[in-house]
Every structure is written in structure tokens, then in C-alpha cells.
Ligand binder design. Structure first.
Ligand code: ATP
Length: 484
């Protein structure tokens, strides 16, 4: 009877029905839908159904098993993610199968300010297939969301004194974020047709997912009402253009116009390091992302230099995520900068990663010669850098003569010939003959490494101790300089 007492219901509340009515009521509907057996009623002397004891216990056991299963799945998923993230980081290294120069393991030690995010959402990172990684990774981690007021405070109310430069889509200000981080804050000018909105979205979308030490980092953004701002890592040494083409930069860059003295010309070693950094940036976009990203506006004002003159590629406003079609072509309206456009892209709008390779070749020529891509002030035949340089790149004597006079002959002719050959390949008229950026990287690595003062992370703005090459004219000038 003890069993019966245990399952006996509490005394019924006083009922408005007569005793006979209660019985009739119970007969009509004894919990018809319930899976549980009906409890014994007063005066019922049948033994209780044993299911009463078994079912709650089995439910408890099933619950426990489910909990353990969920916990195991969570642990396995997390391990898998970490492995994927490790692979993302390792794709950007020097050694084909070894530890990457800029991997997380070495990034803290490297003085070139390498950044990587082992657990961040690098949707496009790694040769890991287009969808698997995208599905496994969170969308974004690094980019913070700022309010307009925060960025207004960071730039002293967007004061003219903080202007770093002006681009087609807006003004870039130097700023200091609330936590003290220096930043370059780009305030986009949206016109009535909200032009600039697409560019804003593309930059946020791509840069918050792609992380490479060779791309400028997006710290955050602001989309407060009609304001659109992008917050980048500050690159203290500005654009490559401002170092290579000083007079043009002074005319357009108010910040640098106020600088007391122009910085010394970039030396040969620094130029080689910049060339390699840029090649790695494009290699990352083309080969280590899926689908490939085509920068579409690679030029020397989109190459920014950090405090060690290490280069990072910026400005993804017009970047295009390549198609997965077999021929890898994207048909698009022609955007980009005069003098850097690949001929097939300029004439037909057919965009491929090889269009970026051509633009890279032009930048390489600028590094070698110190000339701008198009200069109508020069004598006839010398207006367009590529057409002027191409026949000279394969002739040793003429190649040496075309080198930037600011280098004062301080370069190794052997290296020059090799770099000239790479440039010649990149600016070939036929896109299919141009190399892949991976090939360019692999060709540049030994040239950069074998240099006697090789240290891409050292401060470069100092003359080399040894003169590797000096033309007779330069020798004369040097002797005259020393004598005076
Ligand atoms: N992260 C940064 N750190 C330091 N300076 C920067 C940074 N980003 C941009 N700048 C400065 O701001 C200028 C304008 O940059 P922005 O990206 O808006 O235009 P651009 O690339 O020069 O030209 P366009 O957008 O028309 O192609 C640059 O030339 C550079 O001087």
C-alpha cells in the first residue's frame, strides 16, 4: 500500500459536482491524451503500473546521454576550427612547407609588424577550398564598430591639421582611438546617389575577412546614420608614391607638404623588400584566397609603408572577387589608374588576376627607374614608362642607364638584371605570358636574401656601405662631390 500512497494524488479540491457526477466525469475523460498511466483514485486497490517508476528514470538516462553527446560534438568542432585557423595562418610564409615567415609563431618576434589572427574569420584564407572554411569560420573578428562621435573625438573633429591625404572616395585623417591606438580614419563622401556605399561595403567585407601581414589592417568602421568611415592601421611612412615621386606627392598631399624636409630616397635594398612585400600581398589575394580577389587598382599610391618601410597593400574599394569560372575572367567596367591598366583590361574590360600582375610590373618599373607611369613632360618616346622601359630591360647597358639616379649607383647589377627580367615578364602585352604572383615571389626571395645587407625589417633610410655599381658619369659626380 506504500506504493499506492506514494502515487496518490493530493486531496481533491471541493467540487461543485455531486459524488455521482464526479464518477461520471472520471469515466468520461480519464486524461485521455496523456502518455502516463492515470493515477489511482481513492478506493482503487489495483497495483500501480510499473511504468510509473521506469519511464522517468529512462527519460533521465536519455537526457544524460544526449548531454554527453552534445559536449563531445562541441569539443570536436572546436578542435577542427583551430586546425583550420592554423592552416590559414601558415599559407603566407616564406618556405613552401615550413614555418611561415609571418606566421603567428613568428609574428610577435618579427620586427616588421606582422599581424595575424589564428582564430579569426579569414573566409578567404588558405588553399582550403571555397566553402568549407567559409562555413567553419566566424565572419569577422578584428573589425570594431565605432560611433561617429568616437571617430570625431579621435580626429579632433576631423581637423584639417590631421589630414593625411585625399582619395577619390574621401579624406583620410590621422587619429587616436579611445584606447590610444593610432589610426588612419577615412571619411567617405557619399553623394546624393550614395556613391561610395558600395566601396564602403566592399572594403569592410573583404578586409574584415582577409588577414595578411602584407595587407593594410582594418581596425573598424562606422556606419552611423549617413556617415561611412573606415578605420585603418596607421602607416607612418605614407605611400610608396610619396617616396618615389616626391614633387607630385607634395602637390597633392597636404600633410607631407608641411613636412620640414623630404625623407632620403629609398635605397636599393628597401626597394627590393617593398617589391617582395607587394608581390606577397598580390600572391595572397590571387592564390591564397578562394575565390581569388583581384585588386583592380594596384598602384604605388595604394602601397603604404610602416615604420620599418615594410609595405602593405591598401584600398580595396574597387576590388573584385574573381569568378570560379574555368577561364577565371570577370567582365566588368574598367576602373583603375592610368598607366597601370593592363592592355586587355583597358580595351575589353576583361579582368583577371593577370591584370594585377601587369600593374605590379609597372610598380616594379617605378621602383627601378623612379619614373611615373605616364609623364607628358618628358621627351617624345618617353611619355609612357612601359613602352620606354621594355626594350631597355633586356639590354644590360641600357638597363643600367635607366636606373633611378637617386640610387646613386648603389645596387648590384646582377640583381638589377634579374629584377628587370621579372618586370619585363609582368608587363607583357599578352596576359597569358605574364607570370603568376607566386612565381614572382619565388624569383624575388633569393635576390632579397642574398643581398649583403639583407634585412627587410631594418630601417632602410641609410646609404649602403659599399658601392656595387657606379657608371663612369656617376663616378665623376661622386669624385667632384667629395672634392668640393
Ligand atoms: N592607413 C593609412 N596610413 C597612413 N596614411 C594613409 C592610410 N590610408 C590612406 N592614407 C593616406 O591617405 C591618402 C588617401 O588615401 P585613399 O585610400 O583615400 O586614396 P588613394 O588610394 O590615394 O586614391 P584613390 O582612392 O583615389 O585611389 C593616401 O594617399 C595616403 O597618403
Amino acid at each position: 500500500m506504500a506504493d499506492v500512497a506514494a502515487f496518490a494524488p493530493s486531496p481533491p479540491a471541493p467540487s461543485p459536482l455531486a459524488p455521482g457526477d464526479v464518477a461520471a466525469d472520471a469515466l468520461l475523460a480519464p486524461w485521455p491524451m496523456s502518455p502516463w498511466p492515470a493515477p489511482l483514485r481513492h478506493g482503487d486497490d489495483r497495483r500501480p503500473n510499473p511504468l510509473f517508476a521506469i519511464l522517468p528514470l529512462s527519460a533521465l538516462a536519455i537526457g544524460l546521454v544526449l548531454l554527453v553527446a552534445v559536449a563531445v560534438i562541441l569539443v570536436l568542432t572546436r578542435r577542427g576550427r583551430l586546425r583550420l585557423a592554423g592552416a590559414v595562418v601558415s599559407v603566407d610564409g616564406d618556405k613552401p612547407g615550413g614555418a611561415p615567415a609571418s606566421s603567428c609563431g613568428s609574428s610577435a618576434r618579427n620586427s616588421h609588424n606582422a599581424r595575424c589572427y589564428p582564430a579569426s574569420g579569414c573566409m578567404y584564407g588558405g588553399r582550403l577550398g571555397p566553402l568549407g572554411l567559409a562555413a567553419a569560420q566566424p565572419r569577422s573578428r578584428g573589425a570594431q564598430v565605432f560611433t561617429y562621435r568616437e571617430l570625431e573625438r579621435a580626429t579632433d573633429g576631423f581637423g584639417e591639421g590631421n589630414v593625411l591625404g585625399r582619395g577619390a572616395y574621401g579624406v583620410v585623417y590621422r587619429g587616436r582611438l579611445g584606447d590610444g591606438t593610432p589610426a588612419a580614419i577615412k571619411r567617405l563622401q557619399l553623394d546624393l546617389r550614395r556613391q561610395g556605399e558600395r566601396e564602403f561595403r566592399v572594403e569592410v567585407d573583404l578586409l574584415s575577412r582577409m588577414h595578411s601581414p602584407h595587407l593594410v589592417g582594418l581596425l573598424g568602421y562606422c556606419a552611423d546614420q549617413s556617415h561611412r568611415l573606415l578605420v585603418f592601421e596607421l602607416m607612418p611612412n605614407g605611400t610608396l608614391k610619396s617616396h618615389l615621386h616626391r614633387p607630385a606627392a607634395v602637390a597633392t598631399d597636404s600633410q607631407e607638404a608641411r613636412s620640414p624636409a623630404p625623407p632620403p630616397a629609398l635605397d636599393w635594398q628597401t626597394r627590393l623588400c617593398i617589391a617582395l612585400d607587394c608581390a606577397r600581398a598580390l600572391e595572397f589575394l590571387h592564390e591564397h584566397t578562394s575565390p581569388a580577389v583581384i585588386h583592380r587598382d594596384f598602384n604605388c599610391s595604394n602601397v603604404l609603408l610602416d615604420h620599418n618601410y615594410r609595405a602593405r597593400v591598401s584600398d580595396f574599394a574597387t576590388a573584385k572577387v574573381g569568378s570560379n569560372k574555368a577561364n577565371g575572367q570577370v567582365l566588368t567596367r574598367v576602373l583603375g589608374t592610368t598607366g597601370y591598366l593592363a592592355p586587355e583590361y583597358a580595351s575589353t574590360g576583361k579582368l583577371t588576376t593577370k591584370s594585377d600582375v601587369y600593374s605590379y610590373g609597372v610598380v616594379l618599373l617605378e621602383l627601378l627607374t623612379g619614373r611615373v607611369p605616364v609623364d607628358t613632360q618628358r621627351p617624345p618616346g618617353q611619355h609612357v614608362l612601359v613602352s620606354w622601359a621594355l626594350p631597355r630591360l633586356t639590354n644590360r647597358e641600357r638597363l643600367v642607364q635607366m636606373v633611378d639616379p637617386a640610387l646613386k649607383g648603389q645596387f648590384a647589377v646582377k640583381d638589377l638584371i634579374q629584377v628587370g627580367a621579372i618586370a619585363a615578364m609582368c608587363v607583357q602585352t599578352k596576359a597569358e605570358y605574364r607570370p603568376l604572383m607566386t612565381d614572382v615571389v619565388q624569383s624575388l626571395i633569393p635576390i632579397v636574401k642574398k643581398s649583403p645587407v639583407m634585412s627587410c625589417s631594418s630601417t632602410p633610410a641609410r646609404p649602403l656601405q659599399h658601392v656595387v655599381y657606379m657608371s663612369p658619369l656617376q663616378k665623376q659626380a661622386s669624385v667632384a662631390g667629395k672634392a668640393s
